[in-house]
Design a protein around this ligand. Sequence first.
Ligand code: ZN
Ligand code: FE
Length: 257
Amino acid sequence: MQTYRLSALSDNYIFLLHDVWRNIAAVVDPAEPYPVLQQLHKLGAELVAILNTHHHGDHVGANSDLLRQFPQAIVYGGAEDRGRIPGQTVFLREGDRVKFGDRVAEVLFVPGHTRAHIAYYFPSDAPNQPGDLFCGDTLFSGGCGRLFEGTPAQMVNSLTKIRALPDNTSVWCAHEYTLNNLKFAVTVDRHNPTLEARFAEVQTLRNRNESTIPSTLKIEKQTNPFLRWDDLAIQQAMNSRDFVQTFANLRKKKDVF
Ligand code: ZN
Ligand code: FE
């Protein structure tokens, strides 16, 4: 499976998965039709599936347009998103599986950003090959999604599921927010050399207008304060020893950063 990262809107990423052998494609969170159609055209591939993580317009905006051209495409989304995702045909719950070519994604129910948000995890299918996580607006590189419809406790629970995946997992988040996230991260985590190195790397990448995505779960576990509510340094900076309260304080602080 080949993964293409397509830029859309101002800072969204659409991910196009290509099964080279069968020449079929699936698309994760199509914000806009044009980049998807262009890539499909380049590959000469047929779109067979749309994988939505949640109902926001910058993630489902192209569903209807794509369905007009590929009416057979299956539209996956969370069960709780029923009625909010255009063209949705499959309503997924935690532990459900989504087959694409010879790969199978596991569905994680990760509410918090929205009450219905799901993530798609494709485990590694070969030694030395990382698995792939498509996490929408739940986990960003250096940050996490705002809590529009969920509670801090829900988000901690969701991020705990993500944190349990293998370190080498490629993290395909739906926005290029990394630089801003890390500008915040260094204010709450002042003595973390790994974070400093990542911040420098990301500044260099963004100065060259290059992408910071995919990240890896290893990098995120070491540098993303929103995965480190149980780290003493973060707890001290947030004046709490409670996991959920530490996370809640972080999120509140970031909301007004
Ligand atoms: Zn969103
Ligand atoms: Fe978004």
